[in-house]
Design a protein around this ligand. Structure first.
Ligand SMILES: Cc1cc2nc3c(=O)[nH]c(=O)nc-3n(C[C@H](O)[C@H](O)[C@H](O)COP(=O)(O)O)c2cc1C
Length: 187
């Protein structure tokens, strides 16, 4: 059984709502054990020991991640650097506005995951006619619109699929096998 950790920071609850949706998507694969934790309640040693896949979420603050998220990786996770390579990672962020820096924040989160040796991915899938999560799932404030909510779920589902295919080594869980001939909605 693969283990997925959804880890988030959230000051006013918007990124937390995204985290719940990412977890909901990850649970679409019954073979996965999924946990959701705020950064203040997260235990770095447990994450390092247990998680096969990590979805990392932060509000967009001044165009990048929150200082609490950065501090967690600087201080709590740093001792595990060079010993947790090969986990699978992805990211999500809530911002105050479209164009407010949410994708840059996802890229910054992805950069941290890469620095720790994680295998980081984005989605090719479109969850609506003009909506995707190529660099991570993004929302403006709370995830209200159905395509935004589904992009969060899809990110979690894909994380479970990659953990299933590459860590649990079940080829049937590869997304191209689970969903052959998938097409962009509306095309
Ligand atoms: C210190 C601070 C900096 C922020 N910087 C940005 C920003 O650069 N771009 C933006 O779109 N929103 C910005 N926001 C708004 C938050 O990203 C937005 O309200 C988000 O939905 C909050 O998520 P949360 O409820 O998970 O904390 C900022 C908010 C705070 C408190």
């Amino acid at each position: 059984m693969g283990r997925i950790a959804v880890i988030y920071d959230s000051l006013t609850g918007n990124t937390r709502q995204m985290a719940e949706l990412v977890a909901e998507g990850a649970r679409r694969l019954p073979a996965m054990e999924v946990s959701v934790r705020g950064i203040e309640d997260s235990d770095a040693a447990e994450i390092a020991r247990v998680a096969d896949g990590i979805a990392l979420g932060s509000p967009t603050n001044l165009g990048v991640m929150s200082w609490r998220m950065k501090r967690f990786w600087d201080e709590q996770m740093a001792p595990h650097w060079m010993s947790i390579d090969g986990k699978i990672g992805c990211s999500f962020s809530s911002a105050g506005a479209w164009g407010g820096g949410s994708e840059i924040t996802c890229q910054a989160l992805n950069t941290i995951l890469m620095n720790f040796g994680f295998l980081v991915f984005g989605l090719t899938d479109y969850v609506g006619k003009a909506s995707s999560a190529h660099y991570g799932a993004i929302a403006v404030r709370e995830p209200r619109e159905e395509d935004v909510r589904e992009s969060c779920r899809k990110l979690g589902e894909r994380l479970s699929e990659w953990v299933g295919a590459f860590i649990d080594r079940d080829p049937a869980l590869h997304p191209l096998v689970r969903e052959p001939g998938r097409k962009r909605p509306g095309s």
